[in-house]
Design a protein around this ligand. Structure first.
Ligand code: SAH
Ligand code: SF4
Length: 346
């Protein structure tokens, strides 16, 4: 039965190698399979023409190749595209493709829903349904890539869609390994960014394992009380301790941690708060992404005025921090940060 078989895309490169070794085959066979799956994007064993028919049949006895197909694609007036996928069990997730000058960034989901319950985020409103499997994470890349015209390629991956990636640690890290593996997707580790609220044990584990991707932390406040109010997870994983881990994080030369800060009028946009933020980040190689709230019905906040956003940014920049105001893309199709719910338009 299909369900008892192994989904090959749930295996990281070393697990695939072990599976292939169990057939008495050499290591390079697993490399050939990685290339078929992730560089060529094949959907069937028959297409793996450099493997013997007998070996392909043996593989098919124990494993299968999964795929995702967009149920719906919407395009924003700014060129951003949102893809809705239906999973095998009927759950739905979304991925967002964001063109920006020479870059083409794909934003991936790592969970169906999210358990963190941040009060400004629609994904968080419905709670967590389940984690995505590694295959479901990487299949988002393959499915979107198939829709692109020739010679167009995805240049950057951000794990900033639905879900908290570090709450699905193992599957997400396996997926990142496939993204950056030289025989699989071949993305440079500088072009893969994981965004997290900063779950402490997982963040510490990443520090020990020397994460091979860029790290972004969703800060969203400069004091414990405000952060706990906006992000209930802060009670268990407080700001102060997250910043301690960041301070000691083993970064690549010249790398920086991105701190994301969603600006909410009257909540976390005071200029004293900006000064506090500046102080807090001293000594951490960092840059700040300021994201004026993407408003939505059901979210009890508003974004600050443009003037306030500029003032907030000005304080950080005068203090020597790189602070960028992130233009909100795809808001007209609910594809912007915090707007993904995994449902078709009403
Ligand atoms: N769960 C992870 C990654 C997904 S959320 C995280 O929270 O980091 C990705 C980013 O969108 C986070 O930085 C989050 O703070 C931001 N975000 C959530 N809701 C938003 C909204 N309504 N407007 C603007 N940004 C939002
Ligand atoms: Fe989850 Fe991130 Fe939304 Fe918070 S902002 S609810 S962590 S997806």
């Amino acid at each position: 039965m299909r369900t008892e078989k192994i989904d090959l895309k749930n295996l990281d490169p070393s697990e695939l190698e072990s599976l292939i070794a169990s057939f008495g085959k050499e290591r390079y066979r697993s490399i050939q399979i990685l290339r078929w799956l992730y560089q060529r994007g094949v959907r069937s064993f028959d297409e793996m023409t450099n493997l013997s028919k007998k070996f392909r049949q043996a593989l098919e006895q124990v494993s299968f190749i999964s795929a995702l197909h967009p149920l719906l694609t919407e395009e924003s007036s700014d060129g951003t595209k949102k893809f809705l996928f239906q999973l095998e069990d009927g759950n739905r997730i979304e991925s967002v493709l964001i063109p920006d000058k020479k870059r083409l960034t794909l934003c991936l989901s790592t969970q169906v829903g999210c358990a963190m319950g941040c009060r400004f985020c629609l994904t968080g409103k419905k709670g967590l349904k389940r984690n995505l499997a590694t295959a479901e994470i990487v299949n988002q890349i393959l499915a979107v890539r198939e829709t692109l015209p020739d010679k167009t390629s995805i240049t950057n991956i951000v794990l900033m869609g639905m879900g908290e990636p570090l709450a699905n640690y193992e599957n997400t890290l396996k997926a990142i390994e496939l993204m950056t593996h030289p025989e699989a997707f071949k993305f440079s580790s500088r072009r893969v960014t994981l965004s997290t609220v900063g779950l402490l044990p997982e963040l510490e584990q990443l520090a020990r394992e020397k994460a091979r991707f860029r790290l972004a932390i969703s800060l969203n406040a400069s004091d414990e009380e405000t952060r706990s109010r906006l992000m209930p997870i802060n009670r268990r994983h407080p700001l102060k301790r997250i910043l301690e881990v960041c301070r000691n994080f083993p970064l690549q030369p010249r790398a920086r941690i991105t701190f994301e800060y969603v600006l909410l009028q009257g909540e976390n946009d005071s200029l004293e708060g900006a000064k506090r933020l500046l102080k807090m980040l001293k000594g951490i190689p960092s840059k700040v992404n300021l994201i004026p709230l993407n408003e939505a019905s059901g979210i009890p906040f508003e974004k600050p005025s443009e003037e306030r956003v500029r003032q907030f940014q000005g304080i950080l920049m005068e203090g020597g921090l790189t602070a960028i105001v992130r233009a909100s893309k795809g808001a007209d199709i609910s594809a912007a940060c915090g707007q993904l719910q995994g449902k078709a338009p009403d």
